[in-house]
Design a protein around this ligand. Structure first.
Ligand code: ARG
Length: 465
């Protein structure tokens, strides 16, 4: 091979090969179509690496200057959409490196000193995922703000609380919404925690064993804002557990939003008619003129499936790989990108959708009235009059049976009728049979009393700020 063979051939590794890669294989193995998304981060990593090489005297400062200038131009070309990506050059790394060499000659060829695409790509993924995690955290915060704004308007709005999707006890709508705030609070904490493990530098691991050049990994870590360096070169290039963690946190978050969506779908159905979702989040039917379908929540529920699928894809991708780097890892990108895109879009759309929700308080209240939702309150009332709870439970069950037969609610029974089930019942019973009395009585931290919900919202605002 002539010394300058790199200038003539498309890729940077084919010196040992005697025939070109088959066209189909080229397509099969190339990743540039999707990993070009890393371009900005790849350039960031290359700059930090080159500057370190210069600082350590491994390449000349003149070369560093040329690399900086060349990479800046390439970044501008990419941002302007003028960069020509080539499948022949396999991936984002080789595309950028080749362009650099075309621009600045030998200095460009020195950039890859002491580095491999294996530690380079691991660094790109971490840089990209760190920025993406920050975007996700901002998105969660926006959605949490929307929830608080809606909850604040409904600290006194009464609806039926359900277990087994049967009316159980009255709750306030604000309290119900705040349940999702809590879930998102934990989701955010998961991303914050995952970010800590993302934020370590693989560069310096080179292909797998480290490099013989006198590199300074701490300097590169510092330049790129990492908290430290990955402390084992084999681990640095081969594991993607941080990406799996991100996807797991995403799947859990999507699962929360999927449950929320299921409720929005039910509540907006005319059978419930608790809420109305703004038209801009719904579509009609091409055959049934009366339809208004809650497409957005349905798609959130549906897209949760693909994010869960991405998590399984990444776990499966990793489980059979021996150390260190294997090309399998190239398959980490699409599930990761898809997860991030789905999540970020979902968070944004959800925050907006909640702002457009109209609540039908009267229907919520009516539904709570219809399901004997205050039966537990009556039992508690009897207990406070001295009856053991199990006996009170039985007495109220009989009262409910009686009311069902009569087709009325507990609160509609006369004092005399109620006294058939316990002679300790007196006039004051009607206070506990009202919905407002029931919710107000659950007055402790975590309870549904309007006072408590207001305080929960106040605490939540503090957490957000
Ligand atoms: N495109 C590759 C990836 O995404 C880059 C690393 C390739 N390394 C190699 N030795 N083939 O993982």
């Amino acid at each position: 091979m002539p010394k300058n063979s790199l200038d003539k051939k498309a890729n940077s590794w084919s010196g040992r090969f005697s025939e070109p890669v088959a066209e189909l294989v080229k397509k099969y193995t190339a990743s540039v179509d999707f990993d070009k998304r890393f371009a900005e981060f790849d350039i960031q990593g290359s700059l930090a690496h080159a500057q370190m090489l210069g600082a350590q005297g491994i390449i000349s400062n003149k070369d560093v200057g040329a690399i900086e200038k060349g990479l800046a131009e390439i970044l501008a070309e990419i941002q302007a959409g003028k960069f020509e990506w080539s499948l022949d050059l396999e991936d984002v790394h080789l595309n950028i490196e080749k362009r650099l060499t075309d621009k600045i000659g030998d200095a460009g060829k020195r950039l890859h000193t002491g580095r491999s695409r294996n530690d380079q790509v691991a660094t790109d993924v971490r840089l990209w995922l760190r920025a993406t995690t920050d975007d996700v955290l901002a998105g969660i915060r926006k959605l949490q703000t929307s929830i608080l704004d809606l909850a604040e308007q409904h600290t006194d709005t009464i609806m039926p609380g359900f277990t087994h999707l049967q009316v159980a006890q009255p709750v306030t709508f604000g309290h119900h919404l705040m349940a999702y705030f809590e879930m998102l609070k934990r989701d955010a904490a998961r991303f914050v925690d995952c970010r800590k493990r993302i934020n370590y530098l693989p560069l310096g691991a080179a292909a797998l064993a480290g490099t013989s050049y006198p590199i300074n990994r701490e300097l590169v870590a510092k330049t790129l804002g990492f908290d430290g360096v990955c402390e084992n070169s084999l681990d640095a290039v081969s594991d993607r557990d941080f990406a799996i963690e991100f996807t797991a946190a995403s799947a859990i978050l999507m699962t929360h939003l999927s449950r929320f969506s299921e409720e929005l779908i039910l509540w907006s159905s005319p059978r419930f008619a608790f809420i109305d979702i703004a038209d801009r989040f719904c579509t009609g039917s091409s055959i049934m003129p009366q339809k208004k379908n809650p497409d957005v929540p349905e798609l959130v529920r549906g897209k949760t499936g693909r994010v869960n699928g991405n998590l399984v894809a990444l776990l499966t991708l990793m489980k059979g790989q021996p150390l260190a780097y294997n090309k399998d890892n190239q398959e980490d990108k699409e599930p990761l990108f898809d997860t991030a895109d789905t999540l970020l879009m979902t968070l944004e759309i959800y925050a907006d959708m909640l702002r457009g929700i109209q609540v039908n308080k009267a229907n919520m209240q009516q539904a709570a009235l219809e399901g004997f939702a205050t039966a537990t309150d009556l039992a508690d009332y009897l207990v406070k009059k001295g009856m053991p709870f199990r006996d009170a439970h039985e007495a109220v069950a009989l009262a409910v049976k009686h009311a069902i037969k009569k087709g009325s609610d507990l609160a509609d029974l006369s004092l005399k009728e109620l006294q058939q089930f316990s002679n300790t019942i007196s006039d004051d019973v009607f206070k506990v049979l009202t919905l407002a009395g029931s919710v107000a009585s659950r007055n402790h931290i975590g309870g549904t009393a309007p006072i408590q919900v207001k305080q929960a919202i106040k605490r939540a605002r503090k957490v957000l700020n």
